[in-house]
Design a protein around this ligand. Sequence first.
Ligand SMILES: NC(=O)c1ccc[n+]([C@@H]2O[C@H](COP(=O)([O-])OP(=O)(O)OC[C@H]3O[C@@H](n4cnc5c(N)ncnc54)[C@H](O)[C@@H]3O)[C@@H](O)[C@H]2O)c1
Ligand SMILES: N[C@@H](CCO)C(=O)O
Length: 336
Amino acid sequence: MTELIATKSPLWERDLGFRLNIVAVSDLHLGSVISPNGLDAKTLVEANFAKGGFGQLSGGSAEADNEAIIKTAPADIVVEATFTNPKDGEPAVSHCRWALNSGKHVVTTNKGPIAIAGRELKALAKANTVHFEYEGSVMSGTPVIRMAWKTLAGAEVKGFEGILNGTSNFVLGRMEDGLDFASAVAEAQALGYAEADPTADVEGFDVRLKVVILANELLGANLKPEDVSCRGISELSPSDIQAAAKVESRWKLIGSAVRNADGTITGSVAPKQLALGHTLAGVNGATNAVSLNTELLGPVTVSGPGAGRIETAYALLSDIVAIHNAQSASFAKEAA
Ligand SMILES: NC(=O)c1ccc[n+]([C@@H]2O[C@H](COP(=O)([O-])OP(=O)(O)OC[C@H]3O[C@@H](n4cnc5c(N)ncnc54)[C@H](O)[C@@H]3O)[C@@H](O)[C@H]2O)c1
Ligand SMILES: N[C@@H](CCO)C(=O)O
């Protein structure tokens, strides 16, 4: 995000009508810093700080101080982009609570807080009259949550199936190319696709969080991660992958949910062998795709980057644009 701010600010000011000013950062590795007048984004990107490097900055410390920074920094928006914790969402859930309770908007790509405490955090945002936005929690910068709310309202989403993890899709593709599993995972890590602990990617835990988020957001479910059955790609061997190719099919890790006849919602994550003609079979690399099954339109498929640093930073920007647009509309209404 800092890199985008460093390079795109003049363009955003011209096209989007706002300029972003970084007034504080707290990072486990680099430390923390508050600068009410703003930190220069280009300097932050180019400084290449070592561990504890923020200690060299005016107003800086070599230690992360998340709680104080979130509560006291003179910021309008807190960007939460720490590691996703698929077990209890912490410490990100606390970060979001501190920010919302301090009257700050939150934008986040962290799946933990949404999948585990989404309802609570949305209610907290409402009670504090601030926004809580999380478009990048599913498919990084590729729009799906807001797109479905805004442009498919009334189309009645009944279920979905998708490729929702860039790392595992990339790894399956590289294994088709003949690479071994461990080397393919290492490549995905080097490209910035994988979670801090890539077990979450290859065992399906990351997709399980995304299935929970999409089911709760688009199907009105109230699922928790433990409600969704979960198997990952680590169970596939190179011979499974070669055998699929011989019968014109391909393994994909599929996250899905469906509304049952009795109104309950069932979610699952599992590797599936898809015929090459299937809509999702041709989705390669870190690309994600989700087919939303709607009553009025049938399947509507969205596809685009599902992982990557710039792609994920764009998701944060899209959330900030949504906040800016909502606030501009509200000011215009008050002024009318
Ligand atoms: N990279 C992607 O493609 C992608 C896509 C969508 C969503 N996400 C999610 O976005 C978030 C950020 O992803 P990323 O790829 O930038 O991760 P990353 O591992 O590159 O960076 C995470 C940063 O958070 C810091 N951090 C971790 N725990 C912290 C803590 N407790 N306090 C302060 N700082 C802490 C780390 O020092 C690191 O700088 C994650 O939750 C990830 O699941 C990532
Ligand atoms: N590790 C995740 C990042 C996006 O959530 C992936 O590979 O899709």
